[in-house]
Ligand binder design. Structure first.
Ligand SMILES: Cc1ncc(C[n+]2csc(CCOP(=O)(O)OP(=O)(O)O)c2C)c(N)n1
Ligand SMILES: CC(=O)[C@@H](O)[C@H](O)COP(=O)(O)O
Ligand SMILES: [Mg+2]
Length: 639
């Protein structure tokens, strides 16, 4: 290959990486880094994490026989270099776009993605499953899990490590330690890892290397350094990981390609015990704006490569997250029993702002949703008012805790459920689809959904005032609609909705932020001569039974609308009306929910259109329910 040909362009198959010389491998890493920056500048995405693992990714594919060897990325948000190297380069510019590549690893996308992810700390458990299957089948390939230091704060990682040595002798765990989660990492394990890096062999080897480097001929120095460094890292004993039955190798420099490949080659041969390789990397490595940013460009919008400036769309309304933060701060100024909890998402939930005002009343417990929920239960049991702010999708992980520790004991934990409904570019793994159903199944749970930012403020006031049991309020990703928020929001009447527009033929009962689409649909229906009532349910539990009966009795057609899956609000309404015998008459009732499929990434607008949850979808449902498709079509033809 001529020296000027980019290594990346010379690939026929990903297996070609294994034939590259050390110089080419280094060049390849540089090319992959440049391409990753360029791609994400146009698509947005998880840049910092991807940049931190460029060398590691190249080294892994260079050393191991993927896809025969199983490589599992934890979370999967750092996998862009992996995608570039594994046959998806031609589609990499469709990353996170509708119809394009997922921003995470995904089994259906490639044989190089043996296990999909997006929620943290699943990799070691999954890898162990792959190991057990391999061992059962008498096969001999390697299985590698790459997990970040932030994800190491999650319970699943410990459950898996605790089980590793008893399950297999042949597992490689790479701990990718960039000393960052989305925010700076928290907790004892993080401190322990920092200690290993700052006090252990890593610094000693680096210091030793520096002091002798100038005095030895380069070739001799390299030889000595390699064997010395490897043996030092290899025999470092007494770590937590070794107590669990792992060989501990590290800490090693995750950006030193030569060293990385050498260590991985040796690790590849170990088959008598699970190995944990502690690799030290830098989040945002190689792109100055990312390296210098506090969040290391964890998740970015499209940006200008030269300046690093991100292009965030302008809005006249605050985001729901911002409203949550401001309103909770207001409530907390008046009520010193209010405390807030986040599971490693201070900026995403807005609790970073709360922590600035009330540093001692905000708890970041790490990626530990289960713990966050039971921790909140303990606080509530002692008379505090905990607001447990967790995205809908991540609260799934704490479901048993919500059921067993909170709901069963009727403890007044307040769940602030951000990212309710479809979330756009993160796709199916992050959709807040299920919380209405899974929380609604629990006795004693009060559930609200905000239709705009003023409603959210009122719901926060309601949750603050409500001490009789657990409560939850959900709100979507993105900006509000621009309504005025009162200085002092007032609590809502529990279990009472509101009529927003009066009509007579069709009733749309909306729960949550689809209300605007419901109102648009009402306009469109009115234009077709169909007088339409629009109501905002506010509560999924308890239901506003009077309102529902009134809508059912006085309209020919009732349509429920929600940003949630089948088995949620619409199901509760149907259940109630069936019990009342209200479905025995001529009422035409339809429940609009998210479809019973996992929807891939796209813009939120397109996702909702695909789900039939936009104004056009609501109109179509009403027209079909009333059997008027032909009549209206004929009218349209006549003009
Ligand atoms: C269960 C769960 N909770 C929260 C998140 C949100 N989240 C995604 S990446 C991340 C930080 C992960 O840190 P680390 O594993 O160190 O990876 P890094 O981003 O530093 O590469 C968090 C909190 C998640 N994906 N899954
Ligand atoms: C990978 C991950 O889980 C988070 O980084 C997530 O993508 C954040 O989502 P938001 O951008 O909605 O906060
Ligand atoms: Mg990290």
């Amino acid at each position: 290959m001529p020296p000027e040909t980019p290594v990346l362009d010379s690939f026929q198959t990903p297996q070609d990486i294994r034939r590259l010389s050390p110089t080419q491998v280094k060049a390849l890493a540089d090319e992959v880094r440049a391409e990753t920056i360029d791609v994400v500048s146009k698509t947005g995405g998880h840049l910092g994490s991807a940049l931190g693992v460029v060398e590691l990714t190249v080294a892994l594919h260079h050393t191991f026989e993927t896809p025969r060897d199983i490589l599992i990325w934890d979370v999967g948000h750092q996998c862009y270099p992996h995608k570039i190297l594994t046959g998806r380069r031609d589609r990499i510019r469709s990353l996170r776009q509708g119809g394009g590549l997922s921003g995470f690893t995904k089994r259906s996308e490639s044989p190089y993605d043996p296990f999909g992810a997006a929620h943290a700390a699943t990799s070691i458990s999954a890898a162990l499953g792959f190991c057990a299957a391999r061992d059962q089948k008498g096969e001999d390939h390697k299985v590698i899990a790459v997990i970040g230091d932030g994800s190491m704060s999650a319970g699943m990682a410990y459950e898996a490590m605790n089980n590793a040595a008893e399950t297999t002798r042949n597992l490689t765990v790479i701990l990718n330690d960039n000393d960052m989660s989305i925010a700076p990492p928290v907790g004892g394990m993080s401190a322990y890892l920092a200690n290993l890096v700052s006090g252990g062999a890593y610094q000693a080897v680096r210091r030793w290397g520096k002091s002798v480097a100038e005095r030895l001929p380069r070739s001799i120095f390299e030889l000595v350094r390699k064997s010395e460094e490897f043996s030092r890292t290899y025999v470092t004993g007494g770590t937590f990981f070794e107590e669990l039955g792992f060989y501990y190798v590290g800490p090693i420099d995750g950006h030193n390609m030569e060293h990385l490949c050498q260590v991985l080659r040796r690790v590849r041969e170990i088959r008598d015990r699970p190995v944990l390789v502690h690799v030290v990397t830098q989040k945002g490595k190689g792109y100055e704006p990312a390296e210098n940013a506090a969040d290391k460009y964890h998740g970015v919008a499209k940006f200008d490569v030269i300046t690093g400036e991100q292009s965030k769309p302008k809005s006249n309304a605050p985001s729901y997250t911002e409203v949550f933060a401001s309103e909770l701060i207001k409530q907390a100024r008046r009520d010193d029993r209010i405390v807030a909890i986040t599971a490693a998402m201070p900026s995403g939930t807005g609790l970073d702002r709360f922590a600035e005002v009330f540093p001692t009343r905000c708890y970041d417990v790490g990626i530990a949703e289960q713990h966050a929920v039971t921790f909140a239960a303990g606080l509530a049991a002692e008379g505090m008012k905990p607001f447990c702010a967790i995205y809908s999708t991540f609260l799934q992980r704490g479901y048993d805790q919500v059921a067993h520790d909170v709901s069963l004991q009727n403890l007044p934990v307040r769940f602030a459920i951000d990212r309710a409904g479809l979330v756009g570019a993160d796709g199916a793994t992050h959709a807040g689809a299920f919380d209405i159903g899974y929380l609604g199944a629990l006795p004693q749970m009060m559930i609200m959904a905000a239709s705009d930012e003023a409603e959210l403020a009122a719901m926060i006031a309601t949750a603050t005032a409500y001490d009789d049991g657990p409560s939850a309020f959900r709100y979507p990703r993105g900006d509000g609609v621009g309504v005025t928020i009162p200085d002092v929001a007032q609590p809502l009447a529990i279990g009472k909705g509101r009529i927003v527009r009066e009509g007579s033929k069709v009733a749309i009962l909306s729960l949550g932020a689809r209300l605007q689409e419901a109102l648009k649909a009402a306009d469109m229906l009115a234009a077709r001569g169909l007088s339409t009532t629009v109501a905002d349910a506010r509560f999924a539990k308890p239901l506003d039974k009077d309102l529902i009966l009134q809508l059912a009795r006085h309209h020919e057609c009732l349509i429920t609308v929600e940003e949630g899956s089948v088995g949620g609000f619409g199901g509760f309404v149907l259940h109630y009306l069936a019990g009342e015998g209200a479905l025995d008459n001529a009422l035409k009732i339809r429940t609009l929910t998210l479809p019973d499929v996992y929807q891939d990434q796209d813009s939120q607008t397109n996702q909702y259109a695909e789900a039939g949850l936009d104004a056009a979808g609501i109109v179509l449902t009403a027209v079909r329910a009333l059997g008027l498709e032909d009549v209206l079509a004929a009218k349209l033809v006549k003009g």
